[in-house]
Design a protein around this ligand. Structure first.
Ligand SMILES: Cc1cc2nc3c(=O)[nH]c(=O)nc-3n(C[C@H](O)[C@H](O)[C@H](O)COP(=O)(O)OP(=O)(O)OC[C@H]3O[C@@H](n4cnc5c(N)ncnc54)[C@H](O)[C@@H]3O)c2cc1C
Length: 455
């Protein structure tokens, strides 16, 4: 019987894990079950170029390797997993058998109590359909847009909405945007930049009531302010998409719990990757965490695919230096490592700050400094490196039946994760205040390359 690897989640991690399986020589069936009706697309553009109108949604398709040759089950939501019979439940009672499984279901937008969620003027942003909805709301309404939440996605949405000339207010519980993810200094800088671009910031407040009115929604804040919104975008974080795994026996609190190799704890021949996976990165002390960043999803997907094929006994620990970027008003902030772990900062050169804990670099943040980020990235990697002895100890795993196709990991191939900048989309030039919105452009690096979905 042909071996079959099922990938649940047809986003970035799902598709990149499938490609890696093929690169590793897996020649069985790959079935990708994807809740969305779209083939995989470039999610980061949703809060940026899609809202500004610089990219049309049809320009966002991810370039994928033709060798992937997967059977796509788009618009299909997996509803259950039985690891004893190795089956994934699909709608209509269908049971999809697997020899190996990749869990790559990402995250869902978090809800906030009391929000009139079903009011058509209230939006969230996770999917292409959400982004198209926000874009439509921008053209069909007038007046202030209120963004709730000032993390990466909230701040980007606010910048993009300002870019199209709409009034924007952002409501945050803390003092500064980006909530400490990039340190206080950069957080303040980004906050200042938003103010300079005319964003009204309601900081250090809670929302007390929502009052729906015919011509908008009144949002009553704990400091007595009332913000009137023609449209609202909720950007208050995300929760792992694990509802379909309830009852499977897997440990699901804040994501699917994995071992250091990306193998799911308590299940044979199952790995997880991307935003949904929580695993101990021994480079940063072995605390189990999730990482919700693009480059990370690619790297974890590839590591998970490799380790699925070689099996637990031969798996290598996944110990990346996480990297991320955000773009606002044409400025690119890049991060590397886990800046939040730093107890101190140190300047590393123009535009780059290092975050230090126990005398060692644990993260860095750079402002429009991609080359310096690469240069200092080597040092960050060196200072967070595990010594050989420790890696060997951590690598020891109980032996068990090998995975679907035990082959040793090949040497690095040209498709291995590219250097920092190559993974990133081009930076936009800053747009002068009052300039007309730019015409949509096609992105040459993004094409709809997947075959027609097979059923
Ligand atoms: C608006 C936005 C902007 C972003 N910008 C940046 C950025 O600038 N820089 C950065 O580093 N990162 C950014 N990110 C984060 C980055 O896009 C994610 O880290 C990355 O997409 C994670 O990939 P993933 O495959 O784990 O999850 P996803 O890409 O979310 O894919 C998961 C897929 O699984 C599907 N799914 C869920 N449940 C099921 C089920 N039961 N059955 C079948 N399918 C299911 C989902 O519908 C989804 O299609 C951004 C994210 C968003 C939403």
């Amino acid at each position: 019987m042909t071996e079959r690897i099922v990938i649940v989640g047809g986003g970035l991690a799902g598709v990149r894990s499938g490609e890696r399986l093929r690169e590793m020589g897996f020649d069985g069936e790959i079935v990708i079950v994807s809740a969305e009706r779209h083939l995989p697309y470039h999610r980061p553009a949703l809060s940026k170029e899609v809202i500004t109108g610089e990219l049309h949604w049809s320009d966002l398709g991810l370039a994928t390797a033709p060798e992937l040759d997967a059977q796509w089950r788009t618009g299909v939501m997996a509803s259950g997993l039985d690891t004893s019979t190795r089956t994934v439940s699909l709608p209509g009672g269908e049971e999809l058998r697997y020899d190996g499984l990749v869990i790559a279901t990402g995250v869902d937008s978090r809800h906030l109590d009391g929000v009139p969620r079903h009011d058509p003027r209230v939006h969230q942003l996770r999917t292409l359909d959400d982004a198209v909805g926000i874009r439509r709301a921008m053209s069909s309404s007038q007046g202030q847009v209120v963004v709730i939440g000032g993390g990466f996605i909230g701040a980007e949405i606010a910048a993009s909405i300002r870019h199209v000339g709409r009034e924007v207010a952002v409501v945050i519980r803390g003092k500064a945007l980006l909530g400490g993810a990039i340190g206080e200094e950069f957080g303040n800088l980004v906050t200042q930049m938003h103010r300079e671009h005319g964003v009204r910031l309601a900081s250090g407040v809670k929302i007390l009531h929502w009052v729906r009115q015919a011509n908008g929604i009144a949002i009553h804040l704990s400091d007595g302010q009332v913000l009137f919104a023609a449209a609202v975008v909720l950007a208050v974080g995300a929760t792992p998409s694990v509802a379909w795994l309830r009852g499977s026996g897997l440990e699901l609190s804040d994501g699917v719990l994995c071992e250091q190799s990306c193998h799911v704890v308590g299940a044979d021949d199952v790995v997880a990757a991307g935003d949904v996976a929580r695993w101990p990165n021994h480079r940063f002390g072995g605390v189990v965490r999730r990482v919700e960043h693009y480059i990370h999803a690619v790297e974890m997907a590839r590591a998970a695919a490799e380790n699925l094929l070689v099996g637990r006994a031969h798996a290598r620990p996944f110990t990346p230096v996480p990297r991320f970027w955000t773009e606002q008003y044409g400025m690119r902030v890049q991060g590397s490592g886990i800046p939040k772990l730093g107890t101190d900062t140190t300047p590393l050169g123009r535009g780059v700050t290092g975050f230090v804990a126990d005398g060692r670099l644990v993260g860095m943040v750079g402002l429009d400094a991609p080359n310096a980020m690469i240069r200092h990235g080597h040092e960050l990697r060196r200072q967070t490196a595990l010594d050989r002895e420790r890696v060997d100890v951590l690598s020891v795993r109980p032996t068990r039946a090998p995975g679907p196709q035990p082959v040793p990991p090949p040497p690095q191939t040209p498709r291995d994760p590219a250097p920092f900048t190559e993974q990133l989309p081009p930076v936009r030039e800053p747009v002068p205040a009052g300039a007309p919105p730019r015409e949509p452009q096609r992105r040459p690096d993004l094409v709809w390359a997947l075959p027609t979905p097979r059923r």
